[in-house]
Design a protein around this ligand. Structure first.
Ligand code: ZN
Length: 134
């Protein structure tokens, strides 16, 4: 599998609007706009930083994965996303190695990227996302 770079770092927040105070106003990062991914019950906001981005995630529903994450662990770092060349090939390779996956197949995330999550049980506790952008 070829990992190209850290695509983004995902941070769970109660409110993107409040999050903007720190990430955009205090740190001066550019707010690229928000996008709701209905299937994941999440609204995401991206702030580019050089070659990578910060992604804020706000749940759209109390039973969404981000809401559940915040309930358990509080707001803060949620996942790291690696850009890969070929996400299908990467998932096949991980399956061959017996790595526990959340997504057996890629799905479409924010910005139309193909994404898939590895299970934190398989990674030492870190939620890892693979993503491929064309
Ligand atoms: Zn992400």
């Amino acid at each position: 599998m070829k990992i190209l770079k850290i695509d983004h770092v995902g941070i769970a927040v109660n409110s993107i609007e409040d999050g903007k105070n720190f990430w955009a106003e205090t740190l001066g990062l550019h707010f690229e706009g928000a996008e709701t991914v209905a299937e994941q019950k999440v609204t995401t906001a991206f702030f580019p930083v050089g070659e990578s981005e910060v992604e804020l995630l706000e749940s759209t529903s109390p039973d969404g994965p981000v809401a559940k994450f915040i309930e358990k662990k509080g707001q803060g770092f949620q996942h790291i996303a690696f850009r890969v060349e070929n996400i299908e090939a990467a998932l096949d390779e991980l399956k061959e190695r017996g790595v526990q996956l959340i997504d057996q197949k890629p799905r479409i995330g924010a910005g139309g990227a193909k994404i898939a999550f590895l299970h934190p049980k398989a990674t030492g506790g870190v939620l890892v996302e693979l993503c491929e952008r064309s």
